[in-house]
Design a protein. Structure first.
Lengths: 517, 497
C-alpha cells in the first residue's frame, strides 16, 4: 500500500494546493512543501529497511503488490520497490523539494495551479519508478507529461508555446511507439500462453524470434531514448529546458530524464537480452556521439540554460554507455551518474534561474564578473560546475568513472572516445565560470550612467533559504563522492539480479564489493 | 408480427410517436419549451423501454430488423446522444428569430432513422434508415435559413450535403442492385453464403468486388473518409451547432454501427481487394484528416477534419474484423476487433459531444463562437468550461486518464492482433500530428487575454447544459481509469454479431 499512499499523498496534496489558493496565495507553496516533506519521510523510512537477499523467494523486492485492474487484458495494478526504484524515488522526492524551493519566490502567478501541476508530475514519476505492469507503467509515463506541459506552457519564458509543444509531441510520439512495442509483447504472450499479460515477470517468458525481437526492442529503445535523451532524439530538450521555469527545469533535468534511463535498465534490456546484446555496439556508439557532439554544442551556446541543457544530454550519454555495457560496473556507474547528475543539473538550473530572476536575461554575453557582487552564488556555481565536470571526490566522478570502467570491458573504442567527454566537460564548465563570474563586473543595462550599477547593486546574493537548498545538494554530492557505498549497496541486489538472470554481455558478474575496496 | 415482436421494436414506436405528437402540438399551438420537452421525454421513454427489450432473447423482427444486444447498445447510445443534443439545443435556439419547434421534429425523425440503421441486417432497412437520417439532416443543417446575416452558410452547407449525400445514396443503391443481381436477396447474411460459394475470390470475383466497393463507397461518404470527405468541413461549418453535433455524433455512430454489422455479417472482408482498398482509405483518412486540421482556425472545421482522422482510426479496427472471423473459432481474441470498434465509437461519441457541447454552451443561434480566438484565456475566465473542453480535447488526442486513450489502446491491440503494421504506423504518425492542433486549442485557452474581451464569459447559464457537460466529463474519465466494466459490457454486446 505504501506506493499507493505515496502517489495519493502527492495527488491529493496537489489538489489541496489548488484549492487553498482561494484562501491565501501563499498557502499553495506551503501545502506543497508539507506534502513533499511528508513524502520524503516516507521514502527515507523505506530506505531504513534491510534489503532482501536477491536469491530469497521474494527476490530483491522490498515491496511487491498486485491488484486487479482491467481483467479483459490481464492488466494489474502491480507495483514494486527494489533498490533501484527506491534510489530513484529518493532522488524524485528530494528534487521535488528543491523544485519547490526554486519556485518559492519565482512563481507568483496562479501559484495554486502551479503546485498542483508540480505535485502531479511527481506523482506520475513515482508511478513510473514503481510500476511493474507495463500498461500501468505506460499510463504513468503519459500522466506525468500533461502537468509538465502545462508548467512549461503557462509559466515558461518567451518562446514557451513552441518549447512546450515540441516537448509534448516528441515524448508523445515516442510514447506511442513504446505502447505499440508493449502491445506486441502482450499480444505474443497471448499467442504463446493463451492470455494477454502486461506483467513484467510474465513477459520475460515471451519468446520472440530474432528479427522481431529486435524491432520490439527498438520500440522500447526509441521510447526511452527520447526521454533520456540520446543523440538524434535530443532536440526537444534544449528548448524545453531553457523555456521552462526554474522548477520545471529542475524536474525535467533531475527527474524526468531519469525515467528514460530507468526504463532502459528495467525494461529495454532485461526483456530482450539477445536483441539488446546485438544492439549494444550501436547504442554505445550513439552514447559516444551524444557525449562528444552535445559537449561541443554546449560550448557554442550563449544562453546559459541552453548550455546546461546540452551538458545534460552529454552526461546522459554516460548513462547510456554504462547501461549497454551491461556489467556491474557499467550499471552501477549509470545509476550513480543518474543520481549525481540529478543533483548537479538541478543545482545549475536553479543558479541559472537565480541569475535570470536577478538580471532578467540568460545571455552569458551580458553578464560578467559577478563574483564581486554575488560571492555566495558564484561559489556555489563554481562548486556545481566542478562537480559536473567530474572532479574526484564528488558524485559525478564516481558515476562517470564506473561507467567508463564498465564500458571499457565491453567496448574499448567506445570507452576511449567517451573519456574525451570528460575533457570537453572541463572546458565548457570552466569557460562558463570564467565568463560569467570572473572579469570586470557587468550586468544587463549597464550602459554608463549608473543604471546598471543600481541594477547590480540591488541584486541580492543567495538568501539563507536558498543556501539551505544548495547546501543540501552539496552534501548529497559529497556523500556520493566520498562514500558511494551507501547507494551502491542499495542498488546492488537489483543489479546483481538483473545480471545473474540474464548474464552479462561481456565478462562475468562481479560483486560491487570489488568495485570499491 | 407477434406481440412480442412489437414489444421489441418499442423504442422505434416511441420515437415515431414522439415525432407525431410534436407535429400535432405544433399544429395546435407553437411553444418552443413544450416541443423540446416532448422530444426529451420521448427519448427518455424510448431509453426506458430498452430495459424491457433487453429482457428478451435476440430475435429477428421480420427479416428486416434484428433486435439483439448489439442493436440495444447502440440504440441506447444514439438515444443518449440525441437527448443530450435536444437539451443543448433549447438554450441555443431560444433567440432564433424563427419557429424553433420543427428543429425538434427533424431531430426526433433523424434519431428514428439512426435507430433503424443500427437494427438493420437487410439492405432495405439500411437504406431506409440512411435516407430518413439524411433527409432530416438537410433540414437541420439549413435550419436558421431566415436569419439574414447567417443565412448564406446554412443554405450552402445544406445544398452541398444534399447533393453529395444523394450521390452517395446512388452509389449504395447501384451496389445493392449489383449484389442482388448476383445473389438474389438483400439480406446481409446471404452475402456471406455467397462468399463461401466462392464469389469473392478467384476468377469472376470482379463483379462482387465492384458491387461491394460501391456499397462501401456510399458508406464512406457518410463517414466522410478520404477521398469522400470533401463535404465535411463546409457542412460542419455552415450548419448550426446542434445540427453539427448531431451529424458528428449520431450520424457517424449509426453509420459506423451499420458498417460494422454489414462487414461482420456479410464477411466482405474475406475479399483481399476490398481489404486493400479499405486499408488505403484508412491511411489517407488518418494522414489527410490530421494534416488538414493542422492550420484550421475555425473549431468546427478543425473538429470536422479531426473526425475524418478518427474515422480512419476506426477503420483500422473495422479491418481487423476480418482476422477475427478468419481466425480459428473458439480463440478468445476473436471478438477483439468488434470490441475495439464499439469502444472507440462510444469514446468518440462522448468526446465529440463534449467538445461540441462546450461550443454550444458559449454560443447561441445569433453568435456562434466557433473561432479559436473566442476561447483565448478561457481557463482564467471560466475554468469549468475550459476544464471540460481540455479534457475532451486531450481525450481526442488519446491521452491517458480519458476514455479516448483506452479507445486508442483498443485499436492498437486490434491492429497488433491483425498484424496491420502499416496502418498502425499511420496511426502513430497521425496521432503525433493530431497533438499539434488539439494542444494549440488548449494553449490558446491558457493564454491570458491581452485586451478587454468583448465576449461574455459564457453565453448560457442554464443548469441543464452544464449538467450534461458534467455527465459527459464523468463518462470521459471514469471509463478512462476503470474501463473494466465497459469492456465487459461490450464484450457481451458484440457476442451477438
Amino acid at each position: 500500500m505504501i506506493v499507493v499512499w505515496l502517489i495519493l499523498i502527492l495527488m491529493v496534496g496537489g489538489a489541496l494546493a489548488w484549492v487553498t489558493e482561494a484562501m491565501d496565495s501563499r498557502l499553495p507553496r506551503l501545502t506543497a512543501l508539507i506534502v513533499m516533506l511528508f513524502s520524503l519521510i516516507v521514502v527515507v523510512m523505506l530506505c531504513m529497511n534491510n534489503f532482501p537477499d536477491p536469491l530469497s523467494p521474494g527476490g530483491q523486492w522490498l515491496v511487491l503488490e498486485k491488484w486487479s485492474w482491467i481483467a479483459r487484458f490481464g492488466i494489474y495494478l502491480q507495483v514494486g520497490i527494489d533498490g533501484l526504484s527506491l534510489l530513484m524515488l529518493l532522488l524524485t522526492v528530494f528534487l521535488g523539494l528543491m523544485a519547490i524551493g526554486a519556485a518559492w519566490h519565482e512563481i507568483t502567478e496562479r501559484p495554486g495551479f502551479f503546485y498542483f501541476n508540480l505535485l502531479w508530475t511527481l506523482a506520475g514519476v513515482v508511478g513510473v519508478f514503481t510500476a511493474l505492469d507495463l500498461f500501468l507503467f505506460f499510463f504513468f509515463w503519459e500522466v506525468m507529461l500533461i502537468p509538465m506541459y502545462l508548467i512549461i506552457a503557462i509559466w515558461g519564458h518567451e518562446n514557451r508555446a513552441y518549447a512546450a509543444m515540441k516537448f509534448f509531441v516528441f515524448t508523445q510520439v515516442s510514447g506511442l511507439i513504446l505502447l505499440l512495442a508493449i502491445l506486441c509483447l502482450a499480444y505474443f504472450h497471448f499467442v504463446q500462453f493463451g492470455r494477454f499479460s502486461f506483467d513484467y515477470f510474465e513477459l520475460h517468458n515471451v519468446v520472440l524470434e530474432g528479427r522481431f525481437q529486435m524491432l520490439v526492442m527498438l520500440g522500447f529503445f526509441i521510447g526511452f531514448a527520447t526521454k533520456l535523451p540520446a543523440f538524434p532524439l535530443h532536440s526537444w530538450l534544449p528548448d524545453a529546458h531553457s523555456q521552462a521555469p526554474t522548477a520545471g527545469s529542475v524536474l525535467l533535468a533531475g527527474v524526468l530524464l531519469k525515467t528514460g534511463a530507468y526504463g532502459l535498465i528495467r525494461f529495454a534490456v532485461p526483456l530482450f537480452p539477445e536483441a539488446a546484446a546485438d544492439f549494444a555496439p550501436v547504442a554505445m556508439t550513439i552514447a559516444v556521439i551524444g557525449i562528444l557532439y552535445c559537449a561541443k554544442l554546449a560550448f557554442a551556446q550563449t544562453d546559459i540554460k541552453r548550455l546546461i541543457a546540452y551538458t545534460s544530454v552529454s552526461h546522459m550519454g554516460f548513462v547510456l554507455l554504462g547501461v549497454y555495457a551491461w556489467n556491474i560496473y557499467g550499471l552501477q556507474g549509470a545509476l550513480m551518474t543518474m543520481l549525481a547528475h540529478g543533483l548537479t543539473s538541478s543545482a545549475l538550473f536553479m543558479l541559472a534561474g537565480g541569475l535570470q530572476h536577478r538580471f532578467h536575461t540568460r545571455d552569458m554575453g551580458q553578464m560578467s564578473g559577478l563574483w564581486a557582487k554575488l560571492p555566495k552564488m558564484s561559489a556555489m556555481a563554481l562548486f556545481f560546475s566542478i562537480a559536473a565536470l567530474g572532479m574526484p571526490g564528488l558524485g559525478n566522478f564516481i558515476g562517470e568513472f564506473l561507467s567508463l570502467l564498465g564500458a571499457f570491458q565491453a567496448n574499448h573504442v567506445a570507452a576511449i572516445f567517451a573519456a574525451l567527454g570528460l575533457i570537453f566537460a572541463s572546458v565548457y564548465s570552466l569557460w562558463v565560470i570564467q565568463r560569467v563570474f570572473h572579469g570586470e563586473f557587468r550586468v544587463p543595462g549597464d550602459h554608463g550612467a549608473g543604471h546598471g550599477e543600481a541594477h547590480g547593486a540591488t541584486a541580492q546574493d543567495l538568501s539563507s533559504s536558498e543556501m539551505l537548498c544548495y547546501g543540501a545538494m552539496v552534501l548529497g554530492l559529497v556523500w556520493m563522492g566520498m562514500y558511494p557505498q551507501t547507494f551502491l549497496a542499495m542498488s546492488e541486489p537489483t543489479m546483481a539480479f538483473l545480471l545473474e538472470s540474464l548474464g552479462s554481455f561481456v565478462g562475468s558478474v562481479v560483486s560491487t564489493a570489488e568495485v570499491l575496496p | 408480427m407477434t406481440g412480442e415482436q412489437l414489444l421489441l421494436i418499442l423504442p422505434l414506436i416511441i420515437v415515431t410517436a414522439t415525432s407525431v405528437i410534436t407535429m400535432l402540438m405544433v399544429a395546435a399551438k407553437r411553444n418552443h419549451a413544450v416541443s423540446c420537452f416532448i422530444t426529451a421525454v420521448g427519448l427518455v421513454l424510448a431509453l426506458l423501454s430498452l430495459i424491457i427489450v433487453a429482457r428478451h432473447a435476440p430475435q429477428e423482427v421480420t427479416p428486416l430488423l434484428l433486435v439483439d444486444s448489439f442493436n440495444i447498445f447502440f440504440t441506447a447510445l444514439i438515444l443518449l446522444a440525441g437527448l443530450a443534443i435536444t437539451l443543448f439545443s433549447y438554450p441555443y435556439l431560444c433567440n432564433l428569430e424563427d419557429h424553433q419547434d420543427e428543429f425538434y421534429l427533424l431531430l426526433s425523425i433523424a434519431t428514428l432513422g439512426a435507430l433503424v440503421m443500427v437494427g438493420s441486417t437487410h439492405f432495405i432497412t439500411a437504406f431506409l434508415g440512411m435516407e430518413t437520417l439524411s433527409v432530416c439532416l438537410y433540414g437541420m443543417v439549413a435550419y436558421p435559413l431566415h436569419r439574414q446575416e447567417t443565412a448564406q452558410y446554412p443554405m450552402e452547407a445544406s445544398i452541398k450535403y444534399l447533393v453529395l449525400s444523394a450521390v452517395s445514396s446512388g452509389f449504395v443503391l447501384f451496389g445493392v442492385a449489383l449484389l442482388y443481381a448476383q445473389i438474389g436477396t438483400l439480406h446481409f447474411a446471404d452475402i456471406s453464403a455467397g462468399i463461401t460459394q466462392g464469389i469473392a475470390n478467384g476468377p469472376g470475383s470482379e463483379y462482387f468486388v465492384v458491387a461491394s466497393l460501391l456499397v462501401i463507397t456510399g458508406f464512406a461518404f457518410k463517414l466522410s473518409l478520404v477521398p469522400f470527405h470533401l463535404w465535411t468541413p463546409d457542412v460542419y461549418e455552415g450548419a448550426p451547432l446542434p445540427a453539427t453535433a448531431f451529424l458528428a455524433t449520431v450520424g457517424k455512430l449509426a453509420m459506423a454501427a451499420l458498417l460494422m454489422r454489414f462487414m461482420s455479417v456479410s464477411g466482405v472482408l474475406q475479399s483481399d481487394a476490398i481489404t486493400n482498398v479499405l486499408s488505403i482509405i484508412a491511411v489517407f483518412s488518418i494522414l489527410g484528416g490530421n494534416l488538414l486540421a493542422l492550420l484550421q482556425a475555425n473549431l468546427k472545421r478543425l473538429l470536422s477534419y479531426s473526425s475524418i482522422a478518427h474515422m480512419g482510426y476506426l477503420l483500422i479496427a473495422l479491418l481487423t474484423l476480418e482476422s477475427a472471423t478468419g481466425a480459428a473459432s473458439g480463440s478468445p481474441g476473436t471478438s477483439l476487433g468488434a470490441e475495439a470498434v464499439s469502444f472507440y465509437l462510444t469514446a468518440y461519441v462522448v468526446m465529440s459531444l463534449g467538445a461540441f457541447g462546450v461550443m454550444m454552451v458559449v454560443s447561441d443561434s445569433g453568435h456562434e463562437r466557433d473561432h479559436i480566438g473566442h476561447y483565448q484565456g478561457l481557463f482564467w475566465r471560466d475554468p469549468w468550461l475550459a476544464l471540460v473542453f481540455t479534457a475532451m480535447l486531450l481525450s481526442l488526442a488519446g491521452i491517458p486518464l480519458t476514455i479516448g486513450f483506452i479507445g486508442k489502446f483498443y485499436v492498437f491491440v486490434a491492429g497488433v492482433q491483425g498484424a496491420e503494421w502499416g496502418l498502425l504506423a499511420a496511426m502513430v504518425i497521425g496521432s503525433g500530428i493530431g497533438l499539434f492542433y488539439y494542444l494549440r486549442i488548449v494553449y490558446r485557452m491558457l493564454t491570458p487575454l491581452d485586451h478587454d474581451d468583448p465576449l461574455p464569459v459564457a453565453g448560457i447559464r442554464d443548469v441543464i447544459p452544464h449538467g450534461i457537460l458534467l455527465v459527459l466529463l464523468v463518462a470521459l474519465i471514469v471509463p478512462g481509469i476503470i474501463p473494466g466494466s465497459l469492456m465487459a459490457l461490450l464484450q457481451s454486446v458484440v457476442q451477438s454479431l
